[in-house]
Design a protein around this ligand. Structure first.
Ligand SMILES: [Zn+2]
Length: 250
């Protein structure tokens, strides 16, 4: 993703000391703890100070999100596009240990469901063998949906409705068509966010003026793996007289 024309984002810090409230992920009213929306395990060392955080319930933070974080890390570490990134290389031994201790559900799944495939150059010449992981799409969608919900709350400053729908798509190989979209979004003033120096995570997003719960996100990990996420696309396709609920405010 290009940083040209980087737009300024007002960062909203989670109110410190808040113990009881609404979970930013599931909406339950209960005791809350601070969650790093971008997993700490993706960073070598401490998270940068500007890592987005929201408050979440015990289950979302320490059970669901913790599992998601490890799954996302291992998925990115096994991805041929991000595996060579210096930070991934730095953390590689940690990942290897997790795999050898059978603590990596993503690696376990990939090893039992993947297959070797031949990769070719654009002109059709055999280039190399690669291992196709075929990770379950639903799991990847769940992880990135939850992350987008957290990012929306932190950066947009509102909560997505609980009924929100998420369409997640991995952008394969050729980014050019999306680069154009990204440039257009930047020109329209869409915020471009980097966490730390942006090596681990950066994103650009835009919300519909008429329906703020309709939003488009490009999430980029390790400068090489990009996902697009669209929230509540169906709302924008409904007639203005529809009964869509407005986005909840914090
Ligand atoms: Zn929760």
């Amino acid at each position: 993703m290009r940083k040209d024309g980087q737009n300024v984002v007002k960062k909203r810090k989670v109110r410190q000391g808040k113990k009881e409230g609404i979970c930013g992920y599931c909406g339950k009213i209960t005791q809350l703890s601070e969650d790093h929306v971008i997993p700490q395990c993706l960073f070598a060392g401490k998270c940068p100070n500007d890592t987005p955080t929201i408050y979440a319930c015990e289950r979302c933070n320490n059970i669901v999100k913790s599992g998601n974080d490890i799954y996302l890390r291992d998925m990115l570490f096994m991805d041929m596009h991000s595996a060579q990134h210096p930070i991934v290389q730095q953390l590689w031994e940690k990942f290897k240990r997790a795999v050898s201790r059978n603590q990596s559900p993503a690696a376990k799944y990939a090893l039992s469901n993947g297959r070797y495939v031949r990769l070719h150059t654009v002109s059709g010449i055999f280039r190399e063998w690669a291992y196709e992981m075929n990770l379950p799409l639903e799991r990847v969608t769940d992880i990135l949906s939850m992350m987008t919900r957290g990012l929306y709350q932190y950066y947009v400053g509102r909560k997505l409705p609980q009924y929100s729908q998420f369409e997640v798509m991995r952008i394969q190989g050729d980014l050019r068509q999306f680069e154009t979209t990204i440039q257009v979004l930047l020109q329209l003033g869409a915020p471009f966010v980097t966490v730390g120096d942006g090596e681990v995570f950066q994103c650009i997003y835009a919300c519909s003026a008429a329906h703020p719960e309709v939003s488009l996100w490009f999430l980029c990990f390790y400068n090489s793996v990009v996902f697009s996420v669209v929230t509540n696309r169906q709302v924008s396709q409904q007639a203005p007289s529809s009964h869509a609920k407005p986005a909840e405010s914090i």
